[in-house]
Design a protein around this ligand. Structure first.
Ligand SMILES: [Zn+2]
Ligand SMILES: [Zn+2]
Length: 255
């Protein structure tokens, strides 16, 4: 059994065929799903979505993405959503990649503040954190190291270099690996450096589809393609990748 530890099934891209998407994923062996919020609104949606299942194959995480900084979200709203179905805080973090419409410059301090508030929330409720990090690894390590104790969590959609791998490992975090592992030169270099006991599989659906589905909507059913590529890079069996990453997800998220 595979677990997709990061898929945005509540996003509008899946409004038309959400049930089919889950059904097709299950047929491909992907049986459980972690659905992270990226704003107050999408967190609320994730929580009510997972509640609609009885013995849920879906689990929610509540959090505000760094781009949400512009809307000045109130983290206390996230706290109110925490219940038995909420297994993590996130995605939250820092994104210093500035592109059209999202000028990160000048917002760095606000991003840090929002991130820190969510880290404190995770620690208060003994929940792991799902960290979104883009072009800000050192800043994230600084924020983490200033905390009285390190939280547990995952660097979702890991995209750092070999040096970042060492820093993440030293702090005991997991690495979320996505469909871009099927074509990224950087990940071909870094994935072999990460022990299997620290890897999680995720699609970040509807984003980041793996080869040969690039340019289309990404779905959780593509998780086995990510596992296959990791097995290739680490020179091991796909079954090992499946079993170990599932164990890792169960351990981190308590599912
Ligand atoms: Zn993200
Ligand atoms: Zn995401």
């Amino acid at each position: 059994m595979f677990i997709d530890t990061h898929c945005h099934l509540t996003f509008p891209e899946f409004d038309e065929d959400r049930a089919t998407i889950i059904c097709n994923a299950k047929k491909a062996g992907v049986k459980q799903f972690v659905i992270p919020g990226a704003s107050i609104e999408s967190s609320r949606k994730a929580v009510s979505f997972v509640q609609s299942f009885k013995a849920g194959p879906c689990f929610a995480s509540v959090g505000c993405h760094p781009y949400e900084t512009k809307n000045f979200p109130d983290v206390r709203q996230l706290e109110k959503m925490i219940d038995g179905n909420v297994i993590a805080i996130g995605e939250c973090g820092l994104d210093y990649h500035a592109y059209k419409g999202f000028p990160a410059i000048g917002k760095k301090e606000e991003q840090k503040q929002l991130f820190e508030e969510q880290l404190r929330l995770a620690q208060k409720h003994h929940l792991p954190v799902i960290i979104h990090c883009r072009e800000a690894y050192h800043e994230i390590f600084d924020v983490l190291d200033r905390l009285p104790s390190l939280p547990q969590g995952v660097f979702h959609c890991f995209s750092g270099g070999p040096d970042d791998v060492r820093h993440v490992l030293r702090r005991g975090f997991f690495f979320g690996i996505d469909g871009n592992v099927t074509y990224s030169k950087q990940l071909a270099l870094t994935v072999p450096l990460i022990p299997l006991s620290k890897l999680l599989l995720e699609t970040d659906a509807p984003y980041l589809p793996p080869v040969p589905h690039r340019g289309k909507r990404c779905e959780p059913k593509y998780i086995p393609l990510i596992a296959k590529k990791i097995a290739e890079l680490k020179n091991c069996n796909v079954k090992n990748v499946e079993e170990q990453t599932t164990k890792n997800a169960q351990k981190l998220f308590g599912i």
